[in-house]
Write a protein that binds this ligand. Structure first.
Ligand code: NAD
Length: 242
C-alpha cells in the first residue's frame, strides 16, 4: 500500500462553511478582537474577564454549529482507511468540536479546545461547555485559577511528540483550510516532505506556503475533500485534479 499512513492537518478554513469565522491574519483580528487582547498569556493577567468572555461567546456559539461535508469526509477516511491496513492521524488547529460532531475519533487538538477548562494551579483539564469567569473555583483543587484550555500565541502547542511521530512515518500529508502562517503547524508540510510524503493542500486559493506542497486542490473544502477521499478509498490513489 503506497499511502499507508496519512496525516490530516486542518485549520480554520474547514469550519468556515459551518459558519465559524476564520482568523484574519492580514488584520490581526480574531472575531473583531486584537489577538494581543485575547490570545496571549499576558492578556489573562491584564484583563481576565475579557479573555473569559471572548471564549464564552465562542463556546456558546458552537452549540448550534454543525459539521460540513469536509469534516464528514475526514471521519469517513478515518473509519475506512484502517480496513485497508492504513492509519489516519487527524491533527487540528481548530478549537471547535466539529470533527467530533462529524464522528472523528482521537482528534489531536494541538491548540486546545473551547469545550475544556484548565486549572493552572493543579493542572487538571476537564470538559466544560458553560460560561467561565476569572473568580470561578476549580472543581478539583478549589482555587480560582481556571482558564480556557486554549494554546495562546507564545505558548507551546499540545501533543507535539505524538504529532512528530505521526509525521515521521506518514506517506500522505493533507492540509485543509490553513493559511500556513501559524507555526509550528505551518512547518509540518516541510517535515512530511522530508520523509518523502506526498503533500497536498486544500484551500480556496494557493496559500502563502503552497510551494511547500506537491500540489493543491483549490475550491471549497466541502467539495474538493469529499471527492478526494472517495477517489482515494476507491482506487488507493490520491486525486491530482478536480
Ligand atoms: P486561518 O484563518 O489563518 O486561514 C484559514 C485558511 O482557510 C485560509 O487560507 C483560507 O483561504 C482557507 N479557507 C477559507 N474557507 C475555506 C474553505 N471553504 N475551503 C478551503 N479553505 C478555506 O486559519 P489557520 O491556518 O487555522 O490559523 C488560525 C488560527 O486561529 C488557528 O491556530 C486556530 O487555532 C485559530 N482559529 C480557530 C478557529 C476554529 O476553531 N474553527 C477559527 C478561527 C481561528
Amino acid at each position: 500500500m503506497d499511502y499507508q499512513h496519512i496525516v490530516v492537518l486542518t485549520g480554520a478554513g474547514i469550519s468556515a462553511e459551518s459558519g465559524i469565522p476564520v482568523f484574519r491574519s492580514e488584520t490581526g483580528l480574531w472575531e473583531n478582537h486584537r489577538v494581543e487582547d485575547v490570545c496571549v498569556p499576558s492578556a489573562l493577567v491584564r484583563n481576565p474577564k475579557l479573555v473569559h468572555d471572548f471564549y464564552n461567546k465562542m463556546r456558546s456559539g458552537l452549540k448550534t454549529k454543525v459539521p460540513n461535508a469536509a469534516h464528514r469526509a475526514i471521519a469517513k477516511l478515518q473509519q475506512e482507511w484502517p480496513q485497508r491496513g492504513g492509519s489516519v492521524t487527524l491533527v487540528t488547529q481548530n478549537i471547535d468540536d466539529l470533527h467530533e460532531k462529524a464522528g472523528s475519533m482521537n482528534v489531536i487538538h494541538m491548540h486546545g479546545e473551547l469545550n475544556s477548562l484548565w486549572c493552572t494551579a493543579c493542572g487538571k483539564r476537564f470538559f466544560f461547555d458553560g460560561e467561565s469567569s476569572p473568580d470561578m473555583s476549580c472543581p478539583y483543587c478549589g482555587k480560582p485559577t481556571l482558564r480556557p484550555d486554549i494554546v495562546f500565541f507564545e505558548e507551546i502547542p499540545y501533543h507535539m511528540d505524538e504529532i512528530s511521530a505521526a509525521l515521521s512515518r506518514c506517506s500522505l500529508f493533507i492540509a485543509v483550510g490553513t493559511s500556513g502562517v501559524v507555526y509550528p503547524a505551518a512547518g509540518f508540510c516541510q517535515y512530511a516532505r522530508a520523509q518523502r510524503a506526498l503533500c497536498v493542500e486544500f484551500n480556496l486559493e494557493r496559500s502563502a506556503v503552497a510551494t511547500n506542497f506537491n500540489y493543491g486542490l483549490y475550491g471549497k473544502a466541502s467539495i474538493t475533500l469529499p471527492a478526494f477521499v472517495e477517489h482515494l478509498l476507491r482506487t488507493g490513489e490520491p486525486l491530482t485534479q478536480q
